[in-house]
Design a protein around this ligand. Structure first.
Ligand SMILES: *[C@@H]1O[C@H](CO)[C@@H](O)[C@H](O)[C@H]1NC(C)=O
Length: 336
């Protein structure tokens, strides 16, 4: 009697279970997201399009100039400029994952993006952002060696070590974001489909998933932590040592010289990490939505625009290389 009851009970449970599965598969799976961006105000859209187009052009031209200078000018073939050239190359790709798509949606008024397109955008953005974190850390480590260990600099930072550090930066971002992306691809989304952001970031996408995201969130947290905190600490420690060292210098001129080479870098790093930390540490509430978007704009769009300016205006060697290249080009072009 008891066992019969159990069996029929099990049947019942099985039935309920299969009904549940049916219901889950019957939930309509959405294939498109809507990136809300900056709202619906028509006048604002025109203004923003012009602003972002301007920023994109400045960022592209600035970074392209540095990239070309570092590749073509043999005077700049030293680790410090290899890092700078790689950073420019990275930032050209980095802004291109976000701005063209944003401009398109502002100009065409089309805010939809396919779920897979969204995940792809995240993959490229995430990979390049992690690589940027590590590259900025390597650059501050390079400055630390140059300023605090000048006599041993040549042996501690040569072409081969530089190549290794740069490759490592690119690879760490690629590896962790390949894992994150493969997890994202397994999630299902069943609506709502609106993302209150101007690009496909992780947190807003996870919020829309109807799968169980606990494990995914844990893995993502660990990987995102490893991509940002170690390079952040490395950068911080390097600058603490650099500043201590500069303050201890006897002559004012050498103090000023050392300070001017690294202050520009410090400015870039502060902007980048400051906004990144604000976005990921400030809890997202309705009133802070605009704050969130504005800070996201800083690390996605403004740092890539300012980086080349900050470096070239503060750096004599880059300026000299620039004029040398311009003169070369001018002398080659025949004038009538
Ligand atoms: C990037 O770094 C590598 C390794 O040091 C270097 O050979 C290459 O020229 C750099 N690229 C640019 C554009 O600076």
């Amino acid at each position: 009697m008891g066992s019969e009851w159990n069996i029929s009970n099990m049947h019942l449970l099985n039935e309920i279970h299969s009904q549940q599965i049916q219901q889950e598969t019957n939930l309509s799976i959405i294939t498109n997201f809507i990136l809300l961006g900056f709202g619906d105000l028509q006048e604002l859209q025109v203004l923003l399009s012009l602003l972002f187009l301007g920023i994109y052009l400045i960022a592209m031209v600035g970074n392209l100039v540095i990239f070309i200078l570092v590749v073509t000018d043999v005077h700049l073939h030293i680790p410090m400029y290899f890092f700078l050239g790689n950073l420019s190359c990275l930032e050209i790709c980095y802004t291109s994952t976000i701005l063209p798509r944003l401009l398109f949606s502002l100009l065409a008024g089309d805010k939809t993006i396919s779920v897979h397109g969204c995940i792809a955008q995240y993959f490229f953005f995430g990979t390049l952002a992690s690589a940027e974190c590590y590259l900025l850390a390597m650059m501050s480590y390079d400055r630390y060696l140059a300023i605090c260990k000048p006599l041993r600099y040549a042996s501690l930072m040569n072409g081969r070590i530089c190549l290794g550090l740069i490759t490592g930066s690119w690879m760490s971002g690629l590896l962790s974001n390949t894992i994150i992306t493969s997890l994202l691809l397994k999630l299902s989304f069943c609506g709502p489909s609106e993302i209150e952001h101007f690009f496909c970031d992780l947190a807003p996408m996870l919020k829309l998933s109807c799968s169980n995201t606990n494990l995914v969130e844990l893995v993502i947290f660990i990987l995102a932590f490893m991509d940002t905190i170690p390079p952040f600490l490395l950068t911080l420690i390097s600058y603490v040592y650099i500043i201590i060292n500069i303050l201890q210098m006897k002559s004012t001129t050498s103090r000023q010289k050392a300070f001017s080479t690294c202050s520009s870098h410090l400015l870039v790093v502060t902007l980048f990490y400051g906004s990144l930390i604000c976005v990921y540490l400030i809890p997202e509430t309705n009133t802070l939505k605009w704050l969130h978007k504005t800070f996201s704009l800083i690390y996605t769009i403004f740092t890539p625009m300012f980086n080349p300016m900050i470096y070239s205006m503060r750096n004599k060697e880059v300026k000299v290389a620039f004029y040398r290249t311009v003169r070369k080009v001018v002398s080659v072009v025949p004038f009538p």
